[in-house]
Design a protein around this ligand. Sequence first.
Ligand SMILES: [Zn+2]
Length: 192
Amino acid sequence: MIIESNKVVSIVYDLRKDSVDGEIVESLKIDQPLVFLFGTGNLLPKFEENLNGLKKDDKFSFMLKTEEAYGPVQENAIVDVPLDVFKVDGQVDHSMVKVGNAIPMLDNEGRRLNGLVISISDESVKMDFNHPMAGSDLFFNGKVTDIREPNADELKHGHVHSSGSCGNCGDEGCGSSGHHHHDHDHDHHHHH
Ligand SMILES: [Zn+2]
């Protein structure tokens, strides 16, 4: 069996940014692989392209340039959010609203985005909504640990049901809680 559309693929990898010996920003271990339904557009297209056709136990090593990954840092994704937005009963929770914290936010269309707090003034919070890996070349180094056929529900929903039930698709017959391991990739994709 090889990696191709509509196979459930498990991989582990180290992800470094900016150079081959750059900072490791993500490291997946054998017992916690990334498991995904290949070819459904949930992951970066170039990422899938580099895995296409590989077999179980194959190793891979490839680079995604910024434009193939999360794109350049967008200045207009850095915005001032009124402090009022963060007030609950007239109070700002400063354990959450503090410089360096990433806070889950909703945009105008109800999509979830993480905003990184850059600075806080009396009236507003400057937040960066760029993807944490925007502006970086990404270097993946890893191994294919499993390839299998999807079950009927997985195929229908277009994603993997990791523990026998659906984490977040909301379809009938699916579970209703929990997050997919790679939420950030997923969210970002739909942001485009
Ligand atoms: Zn589902």
